[in-house]
Design a protein around this ligand. Structure first.
Ligand SMILES: Cc1cc2nc3c(=O)[nH]c(=O)nc-3n(C[C@H](O)[C@H](O)[C@H](O)COP(=O)(O)OP(=O)(O)OC[C@H]3O[C@@H](n4cnc5c(N)ncnc54)[C@H](O)[C@@H]3O)c2cc1C
Length: 474
């Protein structure tokens, strides 16, 4: 009897290369590629138009690659628990494989889909594909398996020494072509968006190669200096799986191990590997503690009274706080769907500490703007910044936004790029008070085009720390 095919359901793993999920499906039969667009995916795409454009372009690229391989991406819209058993039956498949989710909603859906397939008599295979190192692999290094790591430093120590699996055998992937009817590929327009720059595996690969060639050796500087956008800009690609984190880590480790690499370059490569390990760290944190989506990881911080509103909140959302680095970051996010990593930290710190506003409100706001679709990474980072998640130091790290600007954007290149009103203002002379500069209003902009600080940073930070100490001291 002929071997039955195996369905592979693509989620946020829109590529064929170095793919743990496809390898798992191919080891069970010829692969029938399927895409299911369900309500929760639609919601996330409707929320951020740039995300929708990126996703739809990546799906188109994937569908084209599958056609080249003699296969076909079949699309279905609806509830995965219902669609998958029906599709497996109609296609004569023996089961369905897919890559696991790491956020609460996704993990719960994976469990429902697995049950519905197994109840219908099909195999359900869920594999780790998004992280370079699967949560259980790193947790196996620990004495308390099943809980994962709550602090990054010991996690990174274990992670650095683990081998990275490879699934780079594209010729071994055997695809079949399903002739069942398919719905249309998703379009940006159906989510209220317009097409953006092309995405997909080839674009992701080119982005990574450019970074390796031009910027990786100076990543230590690029990670904190926002002008020029010299970090890898891989986040959206990793988020939708158009490149495997495994491929990235293997390539960077190889270069790191080159005995001729200069020590400056090795420092940069190590920091870059640390950044990818941070991604794995937050994925495993959410995998082992999915309930932290809305609840602080640190038990004692769960009852801390964050503000749900503040007169400065709207200014933060618009990028008009009067603190140039904060405002430039927000405006970069509005204009591009991405913000420089260090500026994210400063901008998030301003919301949580200067305004005392709930980290969940910040996360929600950015979720409407970012291309990345990573609830687990957003939650882990927002909790980290707010001092309620992993690695909590004795006191939260409160960034002084003007000091950060002077240190990391001393010439104002980044700030002027995103806040054209300040183009004529000599920022060093008007340290902390660009709104009072007589040069403001020269050129195209009016005298009151840039606001005075919405709040005094020093006063606000001291008040927050007092409240924090009172709350945490026994
Ligand atoms: C408040 C806050 C919210 C954030 N929200 C998100 C989010 O929703 N989605 C997201 O992908 N990243 C998030 N980050 C992490 C980080 O800022 C972005 O991944 C980074 O800015 C992306 O730019 P890049 O690809 O050039 O990163 P690079 O500096 O080139 O790093 C390479 C890759 O490593 C990973 N990485 C780097 N830093 C982190 C980190 N702190 N945590 C997890 N992964 C990391 C990313 O996948 C990134 O693409 C957040 C950080 C903060 C402080």
């Amino acid at each position: 009897m002929a071997e039955r095919p195996f369905v592979y359901r693509f989620t946020k793993d829109l590529r064929l290369d170095d793919h743990a999920g496809l390898a798992a499906a191919a080891s069970r039969g010829n692969v029938l590629p399927l895409l299911v667009i369900d309500r929760s995916l639609e919601t996330r795409l409707e929320r951020s138009p740039r995300r929708a454009a990126f996703y739809c372009s990546a799906v188109r690229a994937l569908a084209a690659e599958l056609e080249e391989r003699g296969s076909r991406l079949v699309v279905r819209r609806g509830v995965p628990e219902t669609i998958l058993p029906r599709y497996a039956r109609d296609a004569g498949a023996s089961g369905v494989a897919w890559a696991s989710a790491y956020d609460l909603d996704g993990i719960e859906q994976d469990q429902r889909v697995q049950s519905s397939l197994e109840e219908a008599g099909f195999a359900a295979v869920v594999v780790h594909d998004a992280p370079a190192v699967a949560p259980e692999e790193s947790a196996a290094e620990r004495s308390a398996p099943g809980l994962g790591y709550r602090a990054f430093a010991p996690y990174f120590n274990a992670w650095r020494q683990l081998p990275i699996a490879s699934y780079e055998h594209p010729l071994l992937l055997r695809f079949a072509r399903c002739e069942l009817e398919s719905e249309a590929l998703p379009t940006a327009q159906e989510f209220g968006a317009v097409d953006g720059a092309p995405a997909g595996a080839a674009v992701a690969r080119a982005c990574f190669e450019r970074f390796l060639r031009e910027d990786a050796a100076r990543y230590a500087v690029a990670a904190v200096v926002p002008s020029g956008d010299r970090t890898s800009q891989l986040s959206a690609h990793l988020s939708f799986g158009t490149i495997a984190a495994r491929s990235v880590v293997r390539a960077v480790r190889e270069r790191f191990e080159n005995p001729f690499a200069l020590s400056e370059e090795r420092l940069s490569l190590r920091l870059f590997l640390r950044a990818i390990a941070q991604r794995d760290f937050f994925l495993q944190l959410s995998w082992f503690h999915p309930e932290t989506h809305d609840r602080a990881l640190q038990e004692k911080m769960r009852a801390f009274a964050w503000r749900r509103d503040h007169p400065g909140l709207d200014a933060w959302r618009r990028g008009s706080t009067g603190y140039p680095l904060v405002d430039a970051g927000v405006r970069q996010l509005h204009a591009t769907g991405w913000m420089h990593p260090h500026v994210r930290a400063v901008t998030a710190s301003w919301l949580c500490f200067d305004l005392g506003v709930d980290w969940r409100l910040g996360r929600e706001e950015w979720d409407r703007r970012l291309i990345e679709d990573d609830p687990a990474l957003a939650t882990g980072n927002w909790q980290w910044i707010a001092g309620v998640g992993a690695d909590m130091a004795q006191y939260p790290r409160i960034y002084n936004p003007e000091r950060q600007r002077r240190r990391y954007d001393p010439t104002g290149e980044y700030v002027r790029r995103w806040i054209p009103e300040l183009a004529q203002v000599p920022l060093d002379t008007w340290y902390g008070k660009p709104a009072e500069s007589p040069q403001l209003g020269l050129g195209l902009y009016s005298r009151d085009s840039y606001p005075k600080p919405a709040i005094d940073h020093g006063v606000a930070a001291r008040a927050f720390l007092r409240r924090y100490r009172e709350f945490t001291s026994p």
